[in-house]
Design a protein around this ligand. Sequence first.
Ligand SMILES: [Zn+2]
Length: 188
Amino acid sequence: MRIGTCHFCSRPVYPSKGITFIRNDAKEFRFCRSKCHKNFKMKRNPRKLKWTKAFRKAAGKEMVVDTTLTFAARRHVPTRYSRDLVAKTLTAMQRIEEIRRKRERQFYLKRMAGNKARQREADRKLVAENQHLLPPDQRTVVPEKAEEVSDMEMSGMEESESEREKELVKVKVKGRKAKVTDGAMDLD
Ligand SMILES: [Zn+2]
């Protein structure tokens, strides 16, 4: 039993599953599901769609260069059947799979390393830049107190100003509404 790979997303295609398209030059295209088949018919480039393996490999999100990945390649070299060779191959397949899993895990950890620290730094920066949004007792003390006070005053002023503006707007709208209703009343 040979398990094919999807031409579009590189998922495994088990026998009797998916769709096979054979072009008139006899090239075979296997698809794992109608989604991939449809995208192929729409002539989309799998490298530009984030859900495909082709994109992930091109974007450096998957392990690409590794000796464990070369074992799956098809070889056109005939070998004479021998029971020992089959047994050896089967154990080798398991071992290679194990090694590949470990390496992939390492690759993932390496790729994700430093994300937490970066996120924490970004969060700290966000908090430092938006101190005026925090309640006064939760604000971290900034060394230059005079500036902070002036900032607070400024923000307070701004708030009061915006409130006043809102009030003005409300009044204006009310006035308009009243006028409109008056007009409607007149029309009726
Ligand atoms: Zn697919």
